[in-house]
Unconditional design. Structure first.
Length: 285
């Protein structure tokens, strides 16, 4: 696939990579301050869509990490010029200023991998990724595959072992296994920077990844890949090693600002539990 370049060589030391479809939210990523270049691999049905905001642009069907692996193998020399790479879902709601701050934090702390905390307004698959109002960041052994940011050499370590047969499920445990094993103070969820991972019902009730492969198939492939490569990171579970607190005033402000969001989030969780309980009773009868 042809690569279109809006720049001859990287302008920045940081790269944001995404695999984007027609409903992508990525135009807001280039608003505000930017310290990164943007690579878009477009898989949608409107040729050259979003090309105007990309520094690097190609078209290819596939999942995010499948397309990243292809781009890395085809144009490896481009990646050589970067210090850090973020691999982000095309629907994540965040602006360029916040993305830029994430790269700054990664460099300040020499983190191997990090992610912004998830707002309770959106989808939260793992509670460890939910924003905490009283902390700046939390050192963990886990970041989710929706928007991880890597030190470049750690991402390359994963690209060297990654098999594109795996579309999505289990990807986070695999890249953490590849960059490990001692992750204390090397991986973090950044509560200072929050993004929204949109709920599935805001996207027509479906996920683009389900068009590529069903959840059942993704889980089956992950089981096979995990056994074949001896991936053990999932067995340890998610661990929060340490919290870096905000100032008392900052923590108080954080709690006040997030309280309404937290209440709505808990009501939504309770509603889902009630629905699951009712459905379970009907299935038994």
């Amino acid at each position: 696939m042809e690569l279109t370049r809006a720049i001859g060589i990287p302008r920045h030391k940081n790269l944001v990579f995404t695999s984007a479809g027609d409903r992508a939210n990525l135009r807001r990523w280039v608003s505000g301050t930017r310290n990164f270049d943007l690579w878009i691999t477009y898989y949608g049905g409107q040729p050259r869509k979003f090309q105007d905001v990309a520094d690097f642009y190609n078209q290819r069907k596939g999942s995010k990490f499948q397309n990243l692996h292809y781009a890395y193998c085809q144009w490896m020399s481009i990646f050589d010029d970067y210090e850090a790479v973020m691999v982000i879902d095309d629907d994540i709601l965040i602006n360029g200023t916040r993305l830029s701050r994430l790269f700054e934090i990664r460099k300040e702390l020499d983190l191997w991998a990090l992610q912004p905390a998830f707002s309770m307004k959106g989808k939260i698959s793992w509670d460890i990724t939910r924003v905490r109002p009283t902390t700046r960041l939390r050192y963990t052994n886990f970041v989710e595959m929706a928007c991880p940011l890597f030190r470049k050499d750690k991402l390359i370590a994963f690209m060297e072992v990654y098999d594109p047969v795996l579309v999505g499920y289990g990807m986070d445990w695999w890249f953490l296994d590849a960059i490990g094993p001692k992750l204390e103070r090397r991986v973090a969820v950044i509560d200072e920077i929050v993004c929204v991972n949109p709920l599935d019902d805001t996207k027509g009730g479906h996920r683009e990844i389900d068009r590529l492969q069903s959840m059942a198939k993704r889980m089956a492939v992950w089981k096979e890949v995990k056994e074949r490569h001896g991936i053990a990171s999932e067995e340890s579970g998610q661990v929060e090693y340490e919290r870096v607190a905000k100032t008392p005033l900052g923590a108080l402000v954080g709690v006040i600002l997030l309280l309404p969001e937290w209440v709505r989030y808990m009501i939504r969780r309770l509603g889902r539990r009630i629905v699951r309980s009712i459905n379970s009773k009907f299935r038994r009868h």
